[in-house]
Each structure stands twice: as C-alpha cells, then as structure tokens.
Design a protein around this ligand. Structure first.
Ligand code: GLV
Ligand code: MN
Ligand code: MN
Ligand code: MN
Length: 393
C-alpha cells in the first residue's frame, strides 16, 4: 500500500504537495477508492468531500460504527506520514482482523477527511468541521485558495453540491466513536505507541499590512511607507510574546505584493499560528503581537488589519474511550499534543481517541518527517487491537 501512495505528489526534495482537489490529492483519493474496492468495503463520499470505506457487520447494521482513519492532504512540503499513516494503518488493521477471522458486531469504517491541513483554503480540518457543524457552510463556501478560487467553485467542479455542504446528522449519527492513528509530531513519545490526552488550544490569524509601493532606488528612506517593516516587527514580537507567555507562535506564510527585489512592497499579508496549553496565554500572545504590529505600522505610515481565521479550544479526549483504549493496549504512555487533528474537531460530536506512533526526530510538516517501520507496525497492531475490542460492542 505504501509503495503506491508514496510517489503521489512528492517533489524532488522528498516533500509532499497534496492540496485538496488538485491532481495529486485527487490521485490520493483514487488510491483510497481502490484500496476500499480491493477489500470489498462499502464506499461513501459525504456532501463535504470526506471519504469513508465501511466494513459492515453480517447483520448489515450501519449505525454505531467504529470509525478510524485520518487525512491524505498535506502541508506544502509535508512529510510522508502526517495523515497517510492513519489511513494506511486503518486498512492494514482491517486486513489483520479479517486474517484473524474477526467478525465485527459494529461497522468498522476508514475515513479520509478533506482539507485537514487547510493548506489550500486556509481553515484546517475543513471537511470534519463541515461534517460536525464547526464551521458554517456560508463561511466555507466563501473561503478562497491562493488563486482566488472559492471553495464553493472548486467543490462544485469536483462533483460536490455547494448548497449541500454542512453538518450531516445522518452520517454523524452513525458514527459511534472515532479513533485516529497519527504519527506523533514532537519528541514527547518515547515508546512505539501512545494515546492522546488532549489537543492544546490553537488558532490562525491573518495580518494585512498596506503601505505604498514605490521604486527601491529613487524613493528616499524618509518618503517610504514600507509594510515590510511592521511585518518584520510583528515576526520578532511573535517570538518574544511566545517566550513571555509559555506558548508557541509561528509566522510560516507571507505574501508580498508585488514581490519584486527592486520594489518597495505595497502590501504584505502574513499568517500567524499560535498555540499553547492555556487559552488565556494563547489569547495574550496574539493580543501582544497584534499590538506590536499596530504600533509598528503606525510608526511607518502603514495600515494593518487583523483577522482570526480559525480557533480551536482545548480538546480533552473522551475519558471513557481513552481509558478503554489504554486498557486494551495493556498500558501505554498518554500525552497531550500541540498538533490539530480531525479527531479534535469530531470530539465535540462523538467520543474520539487518538493513537500516536513514535516520531524519533520530532520533525513534522517537513520532508524529513520519519517513523521507524517497526513502530508503524506496532501502530497497526495496536489499532487492530483497539478496533477488535471496540467492534465487539
Ligand atoms: C495540522 O497538522 C496542524 O496541527 O497544524
Ligand atoms: Mn499536519
Ligand atoms: Mn495530520
Ligand atoms: Mn493536523
């Protein structure tokens, strides 16, 4: 399975570029459909572009399902494991259960949620947010990609009905619980497999700096209204505010207009990501960065507008489900994470849990992301154990 998925959307530096409804991501979807068909699983695409493959019990019962899976899209230049490991492990776990003659009493489903990384339309976990009602269909329809194409337009082009985007009570009602396996994205897990306790509060904010474009050679320093300067102050302020508040803050994306070496920019748009164990500290971090950006903008004759693009409160995974998962694995480390996941979004609607596979370097969202094959196999084994236990009823 790995070998078929591995080359899709991989650049020469090894980084993955699988953005929702672009050719490489569509290829990943085709791979998913193929894996499901090969196993005789029942396919379903919901109205939000999320994919499901169901192993139904002999009774034909479709409700109270045990869902597992993850996502197939990537960040720009992402690693091979973030997302795909959970989907591949789900199919592999089903293979194991079947080989062992297990007959589930509840449906077992494999999911691939759409736009988990938000790399194309800006809001992470867009598919699971739509499914669970954590974003309004109106807002989702209006999201646009880097080329100014709206999600509604792109969704329609890919066979979805933009008017049908949004919560799906029937589908949600059929999901009894969701267990997502994911590569751990820091260095906190020292054993092959662990279980998530919580996802820290996290969000994304956009800062639009507008100044005056002009010639880099002929415009006196005193005549400039250069938006790059307050932007630079904001980046430094982000680091300092994070250090003060015990949070993290990252400016990982910036768009400069017109982006020419010999032109003073007319506008700079920057995206801020901030996370931390406590909501108050994250809010303070962002407020301090915004204030620093505002003061710096004013000092340079530049305007700045700031907007929150998404925010996810702390997610404490369902205690009963987590304890059951830990117990079925005979005791494994339980740890919080600073990374967002569809399991965190679905947690508001159905009991969810997460299994993590050790990341020996702690590198993620980078081509160097890695997990040992042996640990991945441990992950499949653990997932199969958990599914077997849960599918008993
Ligand atoms: C998604 O992986 C995120 O945590 O940003
Ligand atoms: Mn990710
Ligand atoms: Mn992920
Ligand atoms: Mn994620």
């Amino acid at each position: 399975m790995w070998s078929e998925l591995l080359p899709i959307g991989r650049a020469t530096d090894g980084g993955y570029h699988r953005f929702t409804f672009t050719p490489s991501e569509l290829e990943c979807r085709a791979w998913f459909l193929d894996q499901a068909r090969r196993r005789g699983l029942t396919l379903e695409q919901d109205t939000n572009g999320n994919l499901f493959a169901w192993w139904l019990p002999e009774s034909g019962e479709r409700g109270d399902a045990v869902l597992t899976g993850s996502h197939l899209d990537s960040v720009p230049g992402g690693g091979a494991y973030d997302g795909p490991l959970g989907v591949i492990s789900a199919f592999a776990a089903i293979d194991r259960l079947r080989a062992a003659g297990v007959r589930p009493q509840r449906p077992i489903g494999v999911s691939a949620f759409a736009e988990e990384e938000g790399a194309r339309f800006g809001v992470a976990c867009l598919g699971s947010r739509l499914l669970s009602g954590a974003i309004t269909p109106e807002r989702a329809r209006g999201l646009s990609d880097g080329d100014g194409r709206s999600f509604a337009e792109v969704a329609a082009e890919n066979g979805l009905d933009p008017d049908a985007l949004g919560p799906d009570a029937d589908l949600l009602g059929r999901i009894g619980c969701y267990v997502e396996l994911h590569v751990e994205q820091g260095r906190a897990l020292r054993e092959p497999v662990g279980v998530a306790s919580s996802i820290v509060p996290h969000g994304r904010w956009r800062l639009d700096f507008a100044g005056e474009g002009n010639h880099a050679g002929t415009t006196l320093i005193t005549d400039r209204r250069d938006p790059m300067l307050p932007f630079a102050f904001a980046v430094i302020a982000a680091r300092q505010a994070a250090e003060r508040n015990g949070t993290v803050a990252t400016v990982g994306k910036v768009a400069v207009t017109p982006n020419g070496v010999n032109a003073i920019p007319s506008a700079v748009t920057a995206w801020l990501d901030s996370r931390g164990p406590f909501e108050g500290d994250v809010r303070r971090t962002v407020a301090e960065i915004m204030e620093a950006a505002r003061v710096a903008a004013e000092a340079h004759g530049v305007t700045v507008e700031m907007a929150e693009e998404s925010y996810t409160e702390i997610v404490d995974f369902n205690r009963d489900l987590r304890e059951r998962v830990v117990k079925s694995l005979g005791g494994v480390p339980v740890l919080p994470t600073g990374a967002g996941h569809d399991a965190g979004i679905l947690a508001s609607r159905v009991p969810t849990a997460m299994l993590f596979v050790r990341n020996p370097t702690g590198i993620s969202h980078d081509p160097a992301e890695f997990a040992e094959e042996e640990d991945c196999l441990h992950g499949v084994e653990a997932l199969a154990t958990v599914l077997k236990d849960l599918a008993r009823g």
